[in-house]
Design a protein around this ligand. Structure first.
Ligand code: GDP
Length: 524
């Protein structure tokens, strides 16, 4: 039975977890899936990470380096809610993939190590969320270990991120004495995730609390809680939704504390799928007609079928199996015959999906990152960004006979977002650009395994790449004409200026004030 669209939208929560490596993202993911019933036994996600993910078996690189470079989506239910958790690669060399994934979520959980506080990658990912006004729920993890003073942790978030904090729970003890969480507004205690319900205690000094709080630490806890009530900000839903305030939760993903608090928080005040900005109008999640956009392409999910899956975020309406959609970039219709949902380890055919849902659409190269699919309307979603590559290389091919094959292969990789491809205007060999060095290794491995193209990469003369644009097309034309040797075209045929170093970029920018040099380009 198809759901009523409004109800379906209201119960969906689409989110990502942002964290510095080692803060506990994988462990938390595993527990969320466990409590959501998506997996039977905790340890599956971990096992996937430690051993080999079958679906990425093909990628030796991933195995060798012991990192997960694939982004995936996991769907689970808890209470009345349907959760879509979009996983992001932890390694910063795949930052562009992470940023694109964040364009498809409505909220984020920020995991912080209680002893380490805000670490560099947390900060970076937070900044991306802020750019998009993504509301953030904070989970202070590893409370079962030596942790910083709770007030200090809150202060650090406020100072380093310029973000207001409102603790919703307060940790009962820490390290060896960590015994659970105290809900400040409800005056209720939960001594671990085994307890489905919290126990109301009326106050930390009440008789009821006596048995629930550790006896010897109780006076100190009562004092701390009083201080917390005086010093901390109350929760403000609107400020949270606008991205100015983060509710803070404490726990230990490993020892099953605070995870239920967190899922409940996502369900209770995590935002339902939001309206999405398209080029000509804003699309409400509850509109009847289906709209969606591609934020990720993944090849080789199944080594036996060289399939390519486009991950699509539904923005409105109902995406139904078998429906015909319009691919707005080409204007052509496309039959969505086998959309899929993903779970921890399996995928199933998706009969219908609603705003906030992420479905995989198998295709043979029809879909690209940033593509919009609709039921006919000519609108384009903005906001799947393209970042100026920080590493530029020329591809050197051993066998000149295979030049055409190489060109095709590079084109495909570029469409998948593995690399960016630039064709110099002067006819010289293509230049590939990546944000992180590991992406070059992935490209090399895949060209060799999938296309039997052994290639090498040479340093390019350039180290900086900027998209160029001007209000007056004639200015842009003049700039391109007078810099032919330093101009290339991206996959969409948009011009980029390639500079040898920062200095030459600044020099040109100074001389050509009417030209915009952009480090970020939205797809389309
Ligand atoms: P990720 O890199 O962010 O995905 O982090 P992991 O989930 O892989 O965790 C990194 C390490 O911290 C692993 O050894 C985990 O077992 C450990 N860990 C994760 N959560 C906790 C926790 O709540 N308490 C303790 N003591 N260790 C944890």
């Amino acid at each position: 039975m198809a759901e009523d669209i409004e109800k379906a939208v209201a119960r969906r929560r689409t989110f990502a977890i942002i964290a510095h490596p080692d803060a506990g993202k994988t462990t938390l993911t595993e527990k969320l899936l466990l409590f959501g019933g998506a997996i039977q036994l905790a340890g599956e996600v971990k096992a996937k990470k430690d051993k080999i993910q079958t679906r990425s078996d093909w990628m030796k690189i991933e195995r060798e380096r012991g990192i997960s470079v694939v982004t995936s989506v996991m769907t689970f239910e808890y209470g009345d809610n349907v959760f879509n958790l979009l996983d992001t690669p932890g390694h910063e060399d795949f930052a562009d993939d992470t940023y694109r994934t964040l364009s498809a979520v409505d909220s984020a959980v920020m995991v912080i190590d209680a002893a380490k506080g805000i670490e560099p990658r947390t900060l970076k990912l937070f900044e991306v969320c802020r750019l998009r006004d993504i509301p953030i729920i904070t989970f202070v993890n590893k409370m079962d270990r030596e942790a910083r003073n709770t007030f200090e942790v809150l202060d650090e978030i406020e100072e380093k991120l310029a973000l207001d904090t409102a603790p919703i729970t307060w940790p009962i003890g820490q390290g060896k004495t960590f015994a659970g969480t105290y809900h400040l507004a409800q005056n209720a205690v939960r001594r671990g995730d085994d307890e489905k319900e919290r126990t109301e205690v009326h106050g930390p000094d009440s008789n009821r609390a006596a048995g629930l709080l550790p006896d010897n630490d109780r006076p100190a806890f009562i004092e701390e809680l009083e201080l917390a009530r005086e010093a901390c900000r109350p929760f403000d839903l609107q400020a949270f939704r606008e991205g100015h305030l983060t509710p803070v939760y404490f726990g230990s993903a490993l020892r099953n504390f605070g995870v239920r608090d967190l899922i409940e928080a996502l369900g209770e005040f995590g935002p339902a799928p939001r309206a999405q900005e398209a080029d000509t109008r804003k699309v409400e999640a509850t509109e009847e007609k289906m709209t969606s956009f591609v934020f990720k392409i993944q090849a080789n999910m199944d080594p036996n079928h060289r399939d390519r899956i486009a991950f699509v975020r539904v923005c409105s309406g109902e995406l139904k199996r078998g429906m015909k959609a319009k691919l707005v970039r080409t204007g052509k219709p496309m039959s969505l015959s086998a959309p899929q949902f993903f779970f921890a380890r399996s995928r199933i055919t998706a009969d219908e999906a609603y705003a906030g849902d992420v479905v995989g659409i198998p295709n043979h190269g029809t879909l690209r990152i940033g593509d919009t699919l609709t039921e006919g309307e000519d609108i384009l979603f903005r906001g799947v960004p393209n970042f100026a590559p920080e590493i530029l290389r020329r591809v050197r091919l051993g066998d000149a006979m295979k030049a055409k094959k190489l060109k095709e292969a590079l084109h495909q990789m570029a469409e998948e977002g593995v690399v960016q491809l630039f064709q110099p205007e002067d006819g010289s060999p293509a230049i590939v650009g990546v944000v992180g060095a590991l992406q070059i290794d992935v490209l090399k491995e895949r060209l060799s395994v999938e296309y039997t193209l052994p290639v090498d990469f040479e340093m390019a003369r350039f180290s900086i790449c900027r998209w160029i644009d001007a209000d007056d097309a004639a200015d842009l034309h003049r700039f391109i004409e007078s810099h032919r040797g330093d101009i290339a075209r991206d996959l969409d045929n948009d011009p980029v200026f390639l500079a040898q170093h920062e200095f030459s970029l600044n020099y040109e920018a100074e001389r050509w004030k009417m030209i915009r040099f952009a480090a970020i380009k939205d797809y389309q």
